[in-house]
Write a protein that binds this ligand. Structure first.
Ligand code: ZN
Length: 174
């Protein structure tokens, strides 16, 4: 397992649509383990493979129920089968958009089919934080970021702010 670098907006790779996985093999399992380790290190609750630069339709989510009790869910080729008409509005953060929080409206529950860590077909009904999280991560697979839900003007302002942050981070102070 290894901790990978999480790509930051406006990295163009984040705007690549991820491709379905043919088969869950060792390579994919290694990727999932790396994703999980990276997500935990960055204190996130969800991560898509594209965020570490791999354009495969793979997501990991771990919503802590109790402290020190981990329950990662790995989603390979996830597909949202049903979405509730009822919406909920939540403030979301993103490991690729550090220090930014955006309020997003999404269906409050959904049903997802996917392959698990072992390539077994699964079906999961999601609500609450899990529903928000899976829909946010599914967006990453489709090259959508949470800032895309904002007005054009707000989005442009945020991207400018992020680009400046990036420049500052690369500045070497001696
Ligand atoms: Zn995100």
């Amino acid at each position: 397992m290894a901790i990978k670098k999480i790509l930051q907006e406006p990295d163009p790779i984040l705007r690549q649509i991820s491709k379905p996985v043919d088969e869950v093999g060792l390579e994919e399992q290694e990727l999932m383990s790396d994703m999980y380790e990276t997500m935990i290190a960055e204190k996130g609750i969800g991560l898509a493979a594209i965020q570490i630069g791999v354009p495969k339709r793979i997501i990991v989510i771990d919503i802590p129920v109790e402290e020190n009790k981990r329950n990662p869910i790995y989603f390979v080729n996830p597909v949202i089968k049903k979405q509730s008409k009822e919406m909920s509005r939540n403030e979301e953060g993103c490991l690729s958009l550090k220090s930014i929080f955006v309020e997003v409206n999404r269906p409050s529950s959904c049903e997802v089919t996917y392959l698990d860590y072992y390539g077994e077909k699964q079906n999961l009904k999601c609500d609450g934080l899990l529903a928000t999280c899976i829909q946010h991560e599914m967006d990453h697979l489709n090259a959508i970021l949470m800032i895309d839900y904002l007005s054009k003007l707000k989005k442009t302002m945020l991207i400018k702010k992020l680009s400046k942050l990036k420049i500052k981070e690369n500045r070497i102070v001696l």
